[in-house]
Design a protein around this ligand. Structure first.
Ligand code: 7TS
Length: 411
């Protein structure tokens, strides 16, 4: 990992999309928690793949198919190193975080969870770490339970944890970083606790893996899911890490080509993991593009990226606190690179719509966190989310635009 501070301005220049005007103003893209932008390294890799190497994987014996297969499997190796998995056989390519969690709910949960078992989630989960478990609960008779949050500061109320971790709990599934609150959860500590109680653990790393170093062995989780598009990679590709012991007795998720050894009219034998979980032609270009994205991030250094994003979010927080009639969600210190807020008497959608007229891209809504919104007693929030290509002057511009908006609405 590089030790010197990256040249952030040079990295920003790698993102052609950022250099444009929106509604007559320079684009200030602060919606990185929804999706990140893509550097030339990723765009060029995709172009090269389709111009030179495109073929289907694992089936051709011709040169292009060999090249595509080698590049696809090299991406799997890279993903394993990116999160420090013990082996690339623990890496399953998916469409994204959502599919990864659905895969675990169906293949692992469908086999191992029974009526009366409890799935322990937290109140800050994204819908993609709630709905698959509700679907499973309906089928299996398992129940959901939630670790509460402390209120607007949005920390997990860990004082309640021990009383929630009863012997019925079979799975702990939680987010590493909250996409609304910016809370960084102590996942290693919680997964260690789960493990001592024989509870399987899943970490939703959608908001973390591209922003800070993530080590599945240090975290000690059984499963970890993330999306390529949030970490400078293409859409439609993601990774599910699954500990080898878990994979060994998980049945297939989907059936089709690629995942079989032999098929007879009435009986099929399946490949070993990870291929057993990748039915059909995979997102080959997506995996290859994701490889370029992971290399790009690690050349910059995710520890440096985290420090940069945190500094921007902390600066934004300190500027926001100065507003009158503002409610800010998430921790006062130590937050990840985003901040959610509400201005009194201004609907988040109106705020975001007017900000867009100034070229500032924010997100307003429930952020796929409806249960969390209910807990906070709001319908929606406005959110600014940062990445390493954002600058302090962009935060200043965002604050300036917000001041205009507050004036405009007389709030
Ligand atoms: N988990 C978390 C914590 C997320 O923030 C998101 C997406 C997902 C899961 C789902 O990822 P996907 O790639 O499978 O869709 N979060 C957001 C967001 O905050 N705004 O848009 C998408």
């Amino acid at each position: 990992m590089p030790s010197s501070t990256p040249d952030w301005a040079a990295l920003r220049a790698d993102f052609p999309i950022l250099d444009q005007q929106v509604h007559g103003h320079p684009l200030v893209y602060l919606d990185n928690a929804a999706t990140s932008q893509k550097p030339r390294a990723v765009l060029g890799t995709l172009r090269h793949y389709y111009e030179r190497d495109n073929a289907n994987v694992h089936r051709g014996i011709h040169e292009l198919s060999n090249r595509a297969t080698n590049a696809f499997e090299a991406a799997r190796e890279c993903a394993a190193k990116f999160i420090n998995a013990r082996s690339s056989e623990e890496i399953i390519f998916t469409r994204g975080t959502t599919e990864g969690i659905n895969l675990v709910a169906n293949a692992w949960g469908g086999k191992f969870l029974k009526a009366g078992d409890v799935i322990l989630l937290t109140e800050m989960e994204h819908h993609s770490n709630i709905v698959p478990w509700q679907l499973l609960a309906e089928r299996s008779g398992a129940k959901l339970r939630y670790v509460p949050i402390t209120g607007d500061e949005g920390l997990l109320d860990l004082a309640k944890l021990d009383s929630l971790l009863t012997h019925e709990v079979k799975l702990l599934a939680l987010t590493h970083i909250s996409n609304t609150l910016g809370t960084v959860n102590p996942v290693a500590e919680l997964c260690a606790k789960a493990r001592t109680l024989g509870i399987v653990s899943l970490v939703d790393a959608a908001q973390s893996v591209g922003h800070l170093p993530v080590d599945v062995q240090a975290i000690g989780c059984d499963f970890l899911a993330f999306s390529g598009h949030k970490i400078c990679g293409p859409t439609g590709i993601g990774v599910l890490y699954a500990r080898a012991e878990r994979l060994a007795d998980m049945p297939p998720y989907q059936g089709g080509g690629e995942m079989i050894v032999t098929v007879d009219f009435h009986k099929t034998t399946y490949k070993q993991a990870a291929h057993r979980f990748e039915a059909g032609t995979p997102n080959i270009s997506g995996a290859i593009g994701l490889h370029a994205a992971m290399d790009y991030l690690d050349a910059a250094g995710r520890d440096k990226i985290f420090a940069h994003d945190q500094a921007l979010a902390q600066y934004a927080y300190e500027r926001l606190v100065e507003f009158r009639n503002i409610r800010i969600f998430g921790p006062k210190t130590g937050r990840a690179g985003l901040v959610s807020f509400l201005l009194k008497d201004v609907h988040a959608h109106d705020l975001v719509t007017v900000a867009d007229q100034y070229g500032v891209a924010l997100r307003g809504g429930h952020h796929c966190n409806q249960p969390l919104m209910k807990k906070l007693g709001v319908e929606s929030t406005a959110r600014a989310s940062f990445y390493f290509y954002n600058t302090k002057s962009e935060v200043d511009r965002f604050i300036e635009v917000l001041q205009e908006i507050q004036k405009f609405f007389g709030a």
